[in-house]
Design a protein around this ligand. Structure first.
Ligand code: UD1
Length: 584
């Protein structure tokens, strides 16, 4: 009989199950990523316990500790005792690994003991306390909500407590250019991952799902004021034929699969949310977008130009039929987007309205009911999440320069192949049916991106780099930590004592904020383990983003600025295609 997993942090599985039994559980795949972490925050605020499953391919668990910090702060401001904060557990797992997935559902949906190695989890709150992370994080003052937001309806329904009442599925690959180069990887991840998830949900009778879809599925040919029925699933509409890349097609196929699932299971509820252009970050500046590799989306590009991690922004095209000739998009604040997911859950959990009596249409009697394959079920619904307003690239540059108080250098460049002039949402369906609408405007989005960029000059990168290095050679990491004074002595260095480890991780986090100290640590590591830096770069670049977009001149790699004044060996990596190689 397999024994219970040993959770990291202070809880045992039994204790964790007991704590979570007071709350409904939302399982969030991809929950440590950009949109995922913002949604996890809103879920906890609204009373749901959260179990995150993420393979950390394009994210860092650090984001969740920061979510915990924000929520502690909000609860203190509202005068609510922090014991009321719903628990947050993290599993490092991949949706491709069906056994892990099953072990996770077993952990939270049953009282059986799951296979130990497949179900290890971190209690994010315990880690935060153990490592005294509260003392490390610095937040921007933010006004925040005056009182706790309305709880989601499952919180009031005891029958949903201690059970996975819904899944929000973010985990997927999302780089358009990369998907063109690696279609199989995209279909494998995005489709097989979804199928595994649905299969396990079915096995464990979890019937509610909110799916992260994208406006990309509208493809070419649709521009302003796009409504949901421009592309409908279930054999109607354009059927994804206008989508120009494998990433987009994987989202469209996923929607078709989910609709078929809902036809087969009338008691299942799926809502697909088609995002327009998510941007912004939590106003505290603590969590935000930190894309791995060289970003292609406009806001991270502007942010890097502001941080001088690239020399300028190239504006792709100035001859579109728009006010200033540059591309217009519907940018939406990530906190609004996160709340869109809560609105979807509220709608799923809303008490069912009595079914209106349906009169059969006269001719429907003659031809019989529609063939099931042509149906779009009302237990499968789609909503645009956008603001309905469009802003051009120059509008964004101007707004960002305004909040940053400095010009962002830019140059007009060739149009990007396949780009559209204008893409904006018709956002009325979400407003009418979910009661949701965006609250933040462009100014807020730019201010919050700026706060995040200013507070986190290298995003989560330094932590990510240190964890990669520690994984490659834990011994060298320990020695280097002792050498720079992060660990008091060699005897403690080998210890697994949680308190010492907590203190150590705390100092490690502090160290990442100081460029000099961080570089010293790296220098020592590279002396102790020749070639470790190259290995870590290779490790992190296993899946570099291979854009179809020309990069007009050499850009700094993600770590470029951290290295340039150091007397470390200057070596250029061997990037391929039009990717800027990482600069060491
Ligand atoms: C892109 C993806 C889309 C994805 C969305 C959100 C493409 C073709 N589409 O949409 O599938 O759902 O991101 O992740 O990649 N721009 C510049 N300079 C830059 C980068 C962008 O001028 O360095 C311009 C673009 O031409 C566009 C606007 O900025 O007019 C927004 O671009 P981007 O952020 O890449 O988003 P989308 O193209 O809308």
């Amino acid at each position: 009989m397999p024994s219970a997993p040993a959770p990291i942090g202070e809880v045992t599985l039994d204790a964790a199950r007991k704590t979570i039994s007071r709350f409904p559980i939302t399982l969030v795949t991809g929950g440590s990523g950009y949109i995922g972490s913002h949604t996890v925050l809103e879920l906890l605020l609204a009373g749901s316990a959260v179990v995150v499953l993420d393979n950390l391919y394009n994210s860092h668990m650090e984001s969740l500790s920061r979510v915990w910090h924000i929520i502690n702060n909000d609860f203190a401001r509202w005068g609510i005792d922090k014991s009321e904060i719903p628990p947050l557990y993290f599993h490092k797992a991949d949706l491709q690994d069906r056994r892990s997935l099953e072990a996770i559902f077993m952990t939270w949906q049953t009282s059986s003991a799951p296979i130990k190695s497949k179900a290890e989890f971190t209690n994010v709150g315990a880690r935060y306390e153990n490592e005294k992370l509260g003392a490390v994080y610095k937040m921007k003052e933010y006004s925040g909500k005056p009182q706790r937001p309305e709880l989601i309806n499952s919180v009031g329904d005891k029958s949903k407590h201690g059970k996975i009442s819904a899944v929000i599925h973010f985990a997927a690959l999302k780089a358009v250019g990369e998907s063109v180069m690696k279609p199989l990887q995209y279909y494998q991840n995005n489709i097989t991952g979804l199928l595994n998830l649905m299969d396990v949900m079915e096995a464990y009778r979890v019937k509610n799902l909110v799916f992260s879809s994208s406006a990309v599925i509208y493809g070419q040919g649709k521009e302003s004021n796009i409504s949901e029925d421009s592309v409908s699933v279930g054999g109607r509409g354009a059927g994804g034929g206008l989508v120009t890349n494998p990433y987009g097609r994987s989202k469209w196929m996923a929607e078709e699969i989910l609709n078929d699932w809902c036809i087969a299971h009338r008691d299942y509820n799926v809502i697909a949310l088609r995002y327009f252009n998510p941007t912004g970050s939590h106003p505290s500046g603590l969590i935000g977008e930190d894309p791995k590799g060289v970003p292609n989306n406009i806001i991270p590009v502007i942010m890097q130009a502001y941080q001088r991690r690239r020399s300028k922004v190239y504006v792709y095209g100035s001859n579109y039929d728009t006010n200033d000739g540059t591309g217009v998009r519907d940018y939406i604040h990530v906190s609004d987007l996160a709340n869109g997911h809560l609105a979807a859950l509220r709608s799923i959990f809303a008490p069912a309205a009595p079914e209106p009596e349906k009169k059969p249409k006269e001719d429907s009697l003659a031809v019989g009911p529609p063939a099931p394959e042509l149906e779009v079920r009302d237990n499968y619904r789609v909503y645009n999440l956008g603001t309905g307003h469009g802003y051009s690239v120059l509008d964004i540059l101007q707004a960002f320069s305004g909040v940053a108080g400095s010009e962002i250098p830019f140059a007009i460049s060739e149009a990007r192949p396949g780009d559209l002039g204008t893409v904006t949402a018709n956002a009325s369906k979400a407003q009418n049916e979910l009661g949701w609408q965006a609250e933040f405007d462009l100014q807020d989005m730019c201010r919050d991106v700026f706060n995040w960029a200013a507070e986190n000059p290298v995003g989560y990168e330094r932590l990510r780099r240190l964890s990669t290095l520690a994984g490659l050679d834990p011994k060298a990491m320990r020695k280097a930590s002792i050498a720079v004074g992060l660990m008091p002595d060699a005897a403690n260095a080998g210890s697994n004592n949680t308190n010492q480890l907590g203190g150590y991780l705390n100092s490690l986090t502090t160290l990442t904020k100081d460029r000099g100290a961080f570089n010293e640590m790296i220098r020592r590591l590279s002396v102790m383990h020749e070639g470790i830096l190259e290995k870590s770069i290779q490790e992190e670049a296993t899946h570099p983003e291979v854009g179809s977009v020309p990069v007009p001149e050499k850009q700094w790699g993600m770590f470029g600025d951290a290295w340039k004044d150091q007397d470390l060996p200057i070596r250029k990596g061997s990037g391929s295609g039009n990717l800027a190689p990482p600069v060491l």
